[in-house]
Design a protein around this ligand. Structure first.
Ligand code: PAF
Length: 281
């Protein structure tokens, strides 16, 4: 398996590939890979002649320095996991200098309000950071398809907006959330949960499933109140937000309309570990 650290070397490798007009798939990651990432890599491998997996912990998307410092770095394990899918995948592991040169700063985008709700409300500048790195990867690698998980559904919608805004010729593919046996959405952050906390965190998805059922017969407001109550007296899990939003605009629901589709979104703190999840309603 080829591991490449510079843009130039990656371009050289891929140029031979482009001249044969084959299809290239990109799976951008920040490493600490788990079964959720592997499902993206497997899908990309099935749908393309060549796959690039990028591993880059992007500093400009962290609003919290501690979260950045604590972000797990497990390159050797990541490479072994990627190899289990295919040995012919190219892994791109640029340094911070390679991506940002001397200016570690995010570009400012106008994402039409998609970035000011939910995660955007609680993570200042986060989506500008995501936009900056994803634009850089898409324009320097020029994949035909790029794969992102629906666990970060807001990010997925923002990336769709980004490629529209910047006219980047790529198909953005959203992939379903992969869950642990307990229902907890797979996340690199789960590794930081103690065994009892991990058990407790299963409440997040079971609550989302109940909320989905309730949404069939109750008003959005009743569902929101009910969900908030589920976490009110929980000593381990602290709710940051629970919202029901339009799947296209991500605007919070005002009244249920039959011609609109909705999704419920949640962010929970377990100690200082922040977990997010969502469900289609
Ligand atoms: O979802 C992630 O892991 C990151 O936000 C991404 C898309 C790789 C950009 O750094």
């Amino acid at each position: 398996m080829l591991v490449i650290e510079t843009k130039k070397e990656l371009k050289d490798k891929l140029s031979a590939f482009f001249s044969n007009s084959k299809s290239l798939g990109l799976v951008p990651t920040m490493g600490a890979l788990h079964a959720g990432h592997l499902s993206l890599i497997e899908k990309a491998s099935k749908e393309n002649d060549q796959v690039v997996v990028s591993i880059f912990v992007n500093p400009t998307q962290f609003n919290n320095q501690k979260d950045l410092e604590k972000y797990p770095k497990t390159l050797e394990n990541d490479l072994n996991l990627i190899k289990t899918v295919s040995d012919s995948i190219i892994v791109y592991t640029p340094s911070i200098e390679e991506i940002y040169k001397n200016n570690i700063a995010a570009e400012v985008y106008n994402f039409d309000g998609l970035d000011t709700v939910m995660e955007g409300e609680f993570r200042d500048n986060h989506f500008n950071g995501v936009g900056t790195i994803v634009e850089e990867l898409l324009t320097s690698i020029s994949p035909n398809k790029a794969y992102f998980g629906e666990k970060d559904y807001q990010q997925l919608q923002i990336i769709r907006k980004l490629v529209q805004l910047k006219n980047i010729p790529v198909e953005i593919i959203g992939c379903p959330i992969v869950r642990e046996e307990s229902g907890l959405a797979m996340s690199s952050r789960n590794e930081r949960l103690s065994t009892p906390m991990r058990k407790e965190a299963a409440l997040i998805y079971s609550t989302l499933k109940d909320a989905k059922e309730m949404f069939g017969t109750k008003s959005a407001l009743e569902v929101i109140e009910w969900v908030e109550n589920q976490f009110k007296n929980n000593t381990f899990l602290n709710i940051e937000y629970f919202q029901i939003a339009d799947i296209e605009t991500l605007k919070p629901i005002k009244e249920k309309l039959s011609n609109k589709k909705y999704r419920a979104f949640i962010a929970i703190f377990v100690d200082d570990i922040r977990l997010i999840d969502n469900i289609a309603l």
